[in-house]
Design a binder for this molecule. Structure first.
Ligand code: 6R9
Length: 653
């Protein structure tokens, strides 16, 4: 793809939302946080690290002498699981609920911190009995059941490195990840529920491990009770191996830089990369951001992050951030429309959820289902709403605050990546005057800016690339087994300046707030203008008939690339002839952002291709727009979607 020299800054947004006085007065984070970070960044991070319990204190906050490989809290030792579990029991909070687990079929489980300690200890003892040793890799391929969290924490407790593979991925995706990490154990379930139906998971493991000789055992949780094939000696039931173990296990402290996990990136382009995270810095930033960005009050809040643990959001904001902060949280197994489209609101009402963190893709889906659905529930317990995964379109932001947050709650749009480990750019809910659609600015302690092609910071109103100009505690420590790829992907683009290249387009508005504009690979070049897919999509979503939009640039003989939009409509009318609406949508974009951004084509579709975290895979839509064979679909959450889109278009629907 042509590299854009800079992004044209098109869409404008003038609405802004200051925190209420009431919220600001009780907020965890005040303006002082930024001042502290500005005064002495390393001292600031050392103070944040004090949130944790260390067996041995560090001698040095940051060692950047081996850049781009950072070492944080050098010489420090801690146990990550002890910090997420045991210390809360020791401080007298053993009876506090850690997890209200809600299964898709309606079964529930209440897990206190004391229960969590017992379960994690038993699991750790079981893993020891299987001969695993610190540093070994363990693949976790599970739905959102409590045992998935016990498994992650048991690994952390023993210094084993987990590699969670999303339960929606294929046997082949699992196989390649096991192979790359040379994992010794897979933990899985017999099956999982998908929209009310049990489907097998173990069968995919069987297929994957046939070709992965490093795997010694497969540990299987019974979830659906479905039929499974069994290899004696290799396959073990969780209830046989874990249930019999002792509830006591003494955690050992590991080096701050001991590897904690590998997580393969969603791979919207190319071969997935095993992103490596370590212990002390990662936990420090996960804990700090969770506490300040969501304003967590451990004694009173009920927190709910709707992510899957197969996504980094599940790692940092279901497992490590919230549990290190002694949160009480909801863990929900199912899909948001099973058994009905009000399921999330029902859970919020029942458990009095006060902090809710989800993805724009889901917010737009809720918009499509209609605001009358949340209106039937009591959502008055909510006080903070969060968004992650993609740029949130201003209209979706407004809808979220209005219909879910009763027009009052702060909405925190959090920008970060698997690679960054924790939130980097976001408003602080009691401090920042938020603008719908903008992630605002770097958090205290973080350095982020928007630069042009040459690495020079752009001025207000300018567009270019988002870079991180200072190392941060939860930064990736490399790509598993591929140092060269780490250097090339993230550090080569702005090597002269030593900046981390995030791969996202961004702009500053007139006030200096940061707006994320999508992946640089997705930027369109139309008649010499670099146009962001995000801005055109947001313009489309601001039309009251559009629920979701995905925009791609397709080769065009006159303009270089032409803008092709795929839209999902709200409130489809029977026998509606789309021609008039398509014309209206093209005009609407021209009016919102200018004639240059007017789509060449608008196609009405029923679904869009998305990854597990809800990111639209525009590369596949480009294949459709350019009439090509559709490329690799293995990281799609639902691989049948592309057939649906192609067949719908061919039949002229
Ligand atoms: C946490 C996560 C990272 C990419 C990132 C960017 C996009 C995430 C965003 C956002 C705009 C936000 N992204 N959050 N874009 N605003 N609030 O999503 O990690 O799956 O690795 O994806 O997601 O493009 O570069 P990951």
């Amino acid at each position: 793809m042509t590299e854009p020299s800079a992004l044209d800054n098109l869409l404008t947004e003038s609405r802004s939302f200051p925190p209420s006085e009431e919220f600001a007065a009780q907020a965890n984070a005040t303006a002082a946080l930024q001042q502290e970070a500005d005064a002495d960044r390393e001292a600031f991070w050392a103070k944040q690290a004090e949130r944790l319990s260390w067996a041995t204190k560090w001698d040095q906050v940051l060692d950047w002498s081996g850049a781009p490989f950072a070492k944080w809290f050098v010489g420090g030792k801690l146990n990550v699981a002890y910090n997420c579990v045991d210390r809360h029991v020791e401080s007298g909070h053993g009876d506090q609920v850690a997890i209200h687990w809600v299964g898709e079929p309606g079964d529930t489980r209440t897990i206190t911190y004391a229960d969590l300690k017992r379960e994690v200890s038993k699991t750790a003892n079981a893993l020891l009995s299987l001969g695993l040793e610190a540093g070994d890799r363990v693949a976790i391929y599970m739905p959102m059941v409590p045992e998935a969290i016990f498994s992650m924490l048991a690994c952390a407790r023993l210094g084993l490195v987990h590699s969670v593979v999303f339960g929606g991925f294929s046997a082949e995706a699992l196989r390649s990840r096991i192979e790359d990490a040379a994992a010794k154990l897979v933990i899985t379930t017999d099956g999982q529920y998908r929209r009310g139906n049990p489907v097998s998971l173990k069968a995919a493991v069987d297929e994957a491990v046939e070709k992965t000789p490093t795997i010694g055992n497969v540990l299987v949780v019974r979830r659906t009770g479905g039929q499974v094939d069994w290899v004696d000696g290799r396959d073990l039931w969780w209830h046989d191996v874990v249930d019999a173990q002792s509830e006591n296990h003494t955690p050992e402290a590991f080096d701050a830089e001991h590897p904690l996990f590998i997580l393969y990136t969603s791979g919207t382009t190319g071969r997935p990369k095993g992103i490596l995270h370590t212990s002390g810095g990662y936990l420090t930033q996960a804990s700090y951001t969770h506490y300040n960005v969501f304003d967590l009050k451990p004694d009173t809040d009920v927190y709910w992050c709707t992510a899957d643990i197969g996504w980094v959001t599940g790692h940092s904001y279901i497992v490590y951030g919230p549990l290190s902060n002694r949160a009480t949280q909801i863990v929900y197994e199912g899909t948001p429309n099973t058994p009905h489209e009000g399921r999330h609101w029902e859970v919020i009402q029942q458990y009095k959820v006060s902090i809710y963190y989800t993805a724009p893709t889901l917010i737009r889906t809720f918009m499509k289902w209609g605001e009358d659905i949340p209106a039937r529930y009591d959502l008055s317990s909510l006080r903070v709403l969060g968004s992650v995964g993609e740029p949130i379109n201003p209209e979706a932001w407004i809808w979220y605050r209005e219909h879910i947050g009763a027009g009052k709650t702060p909405v925190v749009d959090t920008w970060w990546q698997t690679e960054t480990g924790a939130i980097m750019v976001a408003p602080l809910p009691g401090v920042t005057v938020a603008k719908p659609g903008s992630a605002m600015g770097p958090l205290p302690g973080i350095g982020a800016k928007v630069v042009d092609d040459t690495g020079k910071e752009v001025g207000k109103g300018g567009g270019g690339y988002l870079v991180l100009d200072k190392p941060w505690p939860s930064m990736l420590r490399g790509v598993w087994g591929d140092e060269q790829r780490y250097r090339e992907t993230y550090w080569a683009r702005f090597a002269d300046q030593g900046y981390y290249f995030a791969g996202d387009g961004a702009k500053y508005d007139e006030d200096g707030a940061i707006w994320l504009l999508g992946r640089v690979d997705d930027v369109m070049l139309v008649s010499g203008h670099n146009i962001s897919t995000t801005e055109v999509e947001s313009a489309l979503v601001s039309h009251n008939r559009v629920a979701e939009a995905a925009v791609v640039g397709a080769t065009d003989p006159t303009t270089g690339q032409g803008i092709v939009a795929f839209v999902i409509l709200r409130g489809i009318k029977e026998d509606e002839d789309g021609t008039a609406l398509v014309k209206e949508l093209r005009e609407h974009v021209a009016k919102e952002i200018g004639p240059i951004a007017k789509p060449r084509q608008v196609m009405v579709v029923a679904e869009l291709p998305k990854t597990r975290s809800g990111k639209i895979m525009r590369r596949l839509l480009r294949d459709v727009a350019e009439n090509r064979q559709i490329g690799d679909v293995t990281t799609l959450a639902d691989s049948t979607v592309m057939d649906l889109i192609s067949s719908g278009l061919n039949s002229g629907k």
